[in-house]
Ligand binder design. Sequence first.
Ligand code: SF4
Length: 376
Amino acid sequence: MVTGTLLIMLDFYELKDDHLPKIQDKELSDEQVLLEINALRAKLGDRVALLGHHYQQDDIIAFADYTGDSLQLAREAAKLKAEYIIFCGVHFMAETADMLTADNQNVILPDMNAGCSMADMANRSEIDRAWKSISKAANTDTVIPITYINCDAKLKDFVGANGGAICTSSNAKQVISWALEQGEKLLFFPDQHLGRNTCVELGISLDEMIVYNPNLQNGGVTADQIKEAKVILWYGFCSVHQGFTVDQIKEIKAKEPERTILIHPECSYEVYSAADMSGSTSFILNTIKDAPKGSKWAIGTEINLVNRLAAQFTDLDILSLSPYQCLCTTMYRVRPRWLLESLRSIDNNTPTNIIKVPAAIKENALKALDRMLNIC
Ligand code: SF4
């Protein structure tokens, strides 16, 4: 239930009738849904593998064969042999899994409306337009495009075709360092915060970075600014992580200076600077696993993960950095009912919600993915 919870609204997806899951609420109770999922999983055996992103809810994670962040799940998908891979996460993750699996394997997204609002902040025509503007001000042979994995496959295709690579929050530092060895400038999309925070960690100053906003004329930047910038950041952001504030950090520190503030690098630069520690979802998990007993933490990331950590590490004192429940509403869309529907469709030999990246896009997108996997 999310009643009483402030949802961070990042949900720009319209429900389309043909994408609405079909199992109606009254048809089965929640318990019956879970029982049938268990029965079908046993029946389908190793024909099906289930991947669950850390931001999924507990009742989905309970069924996952593998859990992880986007990098871990991409690596896991590449190793799987199952005929069907049910991806409990969001659309771009299922696309990535499809690119990394064999043609005779099928990746299924239980709810086709589970997207990512950040990924939607950059589309291929906007990127093409930006590249054209950049080419008027700089030699694009020296500009290396890097995309965060949170984007549509068409953007991965663009990056692969233009000598760039994909990154995740776990490896952004290595990928950006690699890019700056290949060229003089960086075009980083779609998340400005991950790009900025990582570049600062690499010693690049804020005045060497500009923000390109496709909603403004010429991206809101001049040709001279493009010429002089070392890093061109796309304007995109994650509404969940952008919701954390410096005031929240100050408030906690005023009461409990010993509580460590640990945040995800999709948070703003101001929050990143005020926090004690910052890192990817895996980094957050490992930090908490290794934390000394009794230590106190305020974590700035998606609430399902924070709550799970608090429940799992009862010898630590863990709370969310925000007093509001910073929930990713698109991740939240994947429910046991829709998982059951996916399993039923496989069992009936009429699999639905299969994610297939067209071959024409896959070739270059895979180049960008392979570059990332080789760098890290
Ligand atoms: S948490 Fe943010 S970046 Fe992650 S899937 Fe949700 S909207 Fe996208």
